[in-house]
Design a protein around this ligand. Structure first.
Ligand code: IPM
Ligand code: MN
Length: 330
């Protein structure tokens, strides 16, 4: 079966790393038909297009979207992020951001293996708020966080369903219930209710500040971690840092209800400082493509790709891509 993939290389190192990811997918023998979409900072600067509703509708017809990175220093912060990346997450209802972390943290001898389930359509990312009297001494800025029972529950359900498939069978809720008492209460009650439906799954709760310590000092305690959009954003950079570096961190923006395509992208950004120099590590993009293959029912190929991504030497983007491709071909 041929999978139809929309490819958005995006900005900076994005196009370089997605090219390697596709090379590896093809080397693994998976049939894909790709269509490139020229979107991102450069496109915006050229003709003002970020992501029109027409293009968004085109994207809906694909089986999956593979994205490199978005963000361009020549464009004010937030324009491309909100107009392209967040628009896709919201409009395609990619309500789970699943980010796996496997590796050996600095100072540890045993590898850890856990997954962060980040809520991906709510929290402060909805952009609720505003500014009054901008630039004056009486300026006011508010930035709200939206948490709905529906949004929180479907994310927590996904975490428990994932834990049912894993050997450690444990879910940790991460929040800040001692300060964010309104949202924290909704998350905690919903977590406890869903947990009661999964008696075989162990549960725990960590405040997000404590979780930052445990991610570094005791990452082995985690199996599935579920948290809100902003905590998940921050924690997953830390997760990457303790799991071999952000150059290995992959992510899946999932619509588990499958009402449209899901989107797969590395956790890292566009790294404009090294764009075009063939120095970016393509492994995170390759591992994101493996998550895409899992979701498309190609788990055998995905497992082969993951197995090929261990013990890679530090080389150029294209050399690392070619090396992984050679390993999956053998
Ligand atoms: C991520 C990124 C994005 C986010 C940015 C680029 C808007 O940091 O995918 O983690 O904050 O979600
Ligand atoms: Mn981030």
């Amino acid at each position: 079966m041929t999978h139809r993939i929309a490819v958005i290389g995006g900005d900076g190192i994005g196009p370089e790393v997605t090219a390697e990811a596709l090379r590896v997918v093809r080397a693994a023998g998976v049939e894909v038909e790709t269509q490139e979409f020229d979107l991102g900072g450069a496109r915006y600067l050229r003709d003002g297009e970020i992501l029109s509703d027409g293009v968004l509708d085109e994207l809906r017809s694909f089986d999956a979207i593979l994205l490199g990175a978005v963000g361009d220093p020549r464009v004010p912060p937030g324009v491309i992020e909100r107009g392209l990346l967040l628009k896709m997450r919201f409009e395609l209802d990619l309500y789970v951001n699943q980010r796996p972390f496997a590796g050996t943290a600095p100072g540890h001898s045993q590898p850890h293996d856990f997954v962060v389930i980040r809520e991906n359509t709510e929290g402060p990312y909805v952009g609720e708020g505003g500014v009054l009297r901008r630039g004056t001494p009486n300026e006011v800025a508010t930035q709200g966080s939206v948490n709905t029972r529906h949004g929180v529950e479907r994310c927590i359900r996904h975490a428990f369903e994932l834990a049912e498939t894993r050997s450690a069978r444990h879910v940790t809720l991460v929040h800040k219930t001692n300060v964010l008492t309104f949202a924290g209460d909704l998350w905690e009650r919903t977590f406890n209710e869903v947990a009661a439906e999964h008696p075989g799954i162990g549960t725990s709760y960590n405040h997000v500040d404590a979780a930052c310590i445990y991610f570094v000092q005791d990452p082995h305690r985690y199996d599935v971690v579920v948290t809100d959009n902003l905590f998940g954003d921050i924690l997953t950079d830390l997760g990457g840092a303790v799991s071999g570096g952000i150059g290995l961190a992959s992510s899946a923006n999932l619509n588990p209800a499958r009402t449209g395509p899901s989107m797969f992208e590395p956790v890292h950004g566009s790294a404009p400082d090294i764009a075009g120099t063939n120095r970016a590590n393509p492994t995170a993009a390759v591992l994101s493509a493996a998550l895409m293959l899992d979701f498309l029912g190609e788990s055998t190929a995905a497992d082969r790709i993951r197995a090929a991504c261990v013990d890679l030497p530090t080389r150029s983007t294209t050399e690392v891509g070619a090396m992984i491709a050679d390993r999956v071909r053998d």
